[in-house]
Design a binder for this molecule. Structure first.
Ligand SMILES: [Zn+2]
Length: 94
């Protein structure tokens, strides 16, 4: 007997980079792109532009890698220590 997967089964977002589906709208394809991320640390608001992310073609939800978001948080922490209230930066890989 053959056990076959029903065709059309939708897979949710996975760890790999290939053919991810959006977990928000569940049917958009997620493609490489960049996004803008705003972070608040203490009294500081930092906006990072051109952050590498995967973007849903359908709803625009952005998925950022853990390593990237950790980098942003570290960066934000340093900027906050300087006492800046609002800062807008272009993302730079560490
Ligand atoms: Zn989506």
């Amino acid at each position: 007997m053959n056990l076959r997967r029903p065709c059309g089964t939708r897979s949710l977002i996975k760890g790999g980079n290939k053919q991810m589906k959006c977990i928000m709208c569940k049917h958009g394809n997620v493609i490489d792109g960049t996004t803008t991320v705003a972070l608040e640390r203490h009294n500081t608001t930092i906006v990072f532009k051109d952050v590498p992310a995967r973007i849903c073609e359908n709803c625009g939800e952005a998925y950022i890698d853990d390593s990237v978001s950790r980098g942003l948080l570290n960066h934000a922490e340093k900027i906050a220590e300087e006492g800046t209230e609002v800062d807008i930066r272009h993302y730079q890989a560490a």
